[in-house]
Design a protein around this ligand. Sequence first.
Ligand code: HEM
Length: 520
Amino acid sequence: MHLPKATIILSLRTYSLLMLIMSEVLWCLLMLCACVWWWCSAPRRTRKLLAALPSFPQLPLLGNIHQIPRNSINLFQFLEKIAVTCDTTEMPFVFWLGPRPILFISDPEDVKGVNNAFIEKPHYYSFAKVWLGNGLVVAPPEIWKNSIKKLSGTFTPSIVEGYQEVFAGRAADLVQRLKARTTEEPFDIMHDLAYTTLEAICQTAFGFPKISESIVTKEYYDAFHRCLELLIRRGLNPLLHLDFMYRLTPASKELQKCVGILHNVSNTVITKLIQERECAKQDNRNEIVPNRRRFKSFLDLMLEMQVSTPELSVEQIRSEVDTVLFGGHETVATTLFYALLMIGRDKNLQDKLYNEVRDVVGDGGRPVTGADLPRLRYCEATVLETLRLFPPFPAVLRMADKDLQLSSGKCVVPRGTVCAVSAMVMGRARRLWGPDAAEYRPERWLAPPHAQPAAFLAFSYGRRACIGKNYAMAILKTVLASCVRELEFTAEQAELQLKLDVVLRPASGHLLQVKTRNLK
Ligand code: HEM
């Protein structure tokens, strides 16, 4: 018997529709079961202990899930709203993911308590494991404790001092590149800044003189940015927090691809340095470090450690190299951008900075030296003020692995709570920085006493704080001083729209106008 073609098509359509409805129903049932399990597994005590804290309006069972920001611009606005709430209520703030809280700490004393008591990071950090392995930023506590013992001394002031010539050299190259780009129109300066910081990291932390041509490619740069975007998108979608769900998505495949590009670079860096060290050994060259560098790089130090600690695997070394690339280049480049933007909006600030640089370094083109850095006080204040208002990592997270009574007495942090310690929340608080907290005013750093140390959290605080702080301050001051000495920056006054792609970024690009300075 032959069915008419139209009937076959119709029944096929009905069949697919039925299958679609059934799979949707099954999906909803699965989600419902997951929600019930999730609710039942969360301790009731946690809800009770934090119930009285300020929060956004909640839905039954879901809490604040419906208010999870949809994209990286919303995420920034969300954090801004929390900053205002914490400042006005002077209380910690709680965001409920169903029955599970994310607790925003709002008091500097409490920051000290939380950061020193908890070294575990919540599950969200593991999203970056595919990229950063068990490197310092994402490592679980046991591995972190072991690694930090070896690595805490790798960016000490005396080691960083040895990098100064490289910093000054890269700053001079940047000035030349920017001189060639002076136009009437603003342009996106970020690639030039990121190139400079990436090249500096490769030459100092990895001791690689010539890698820059092949490492700082557009492909690398794009892959780096795409990884950050994909990670934040995953973070904003609770369904994708489950590894098995995420693995099914095209985004997961794209992340793997981008990470492959980044790992190629770190693998090249390590392999080349190992080869150079081998050659130096075979030639019986008695160099402490290859290529007649005057300093030992972070990677030299790790390869040396590997000799005395064979359990330090090449894979772990690669993870630390990726971590330093991740933590060290974009953070410094964005800070430079915001500093140039802010002085570009205020000629008075730029003139003050220029006058100081001219007095300390002169305008004859000599490189900024290590001895100049402590004397560049206004330059340092500019960097710190930039980091206060535009911290590259606006918040870090910790997992409470035990109960903790906050020293402000405002609540007990129950075990299992995710604590958010936010440089943006603290850095913009009027109660900590005064009524002009929203104003960009480097002078506030020149006249102590300013706010308590744990109110300035750009480099985090206490255990698991940034180990690259000395490095970052030295390169930031060197590059900023070198740029201002020879160039003038102008930025439009329009409202700055920010977004949070792990790192704080301007939504409309990094636009600045640059002119060569007329030296009198
Ligand atoms: C303006 C520049 C920088 C800022 C604002 C910054 C900020 C931070 C913050 C907030 C953390 C804590 C992350 C967390 O707990 O989740 C961190 C960790 C870290 N940073 Fe930086 N950083 C900067 C530059 C650098 C540089 C230049 C390097 C290396 C050369 C570096 C290496 C690291 C490492 C290895 C960690 C992990 C430390 C640990 O977990 O023990 N950072 N940084």
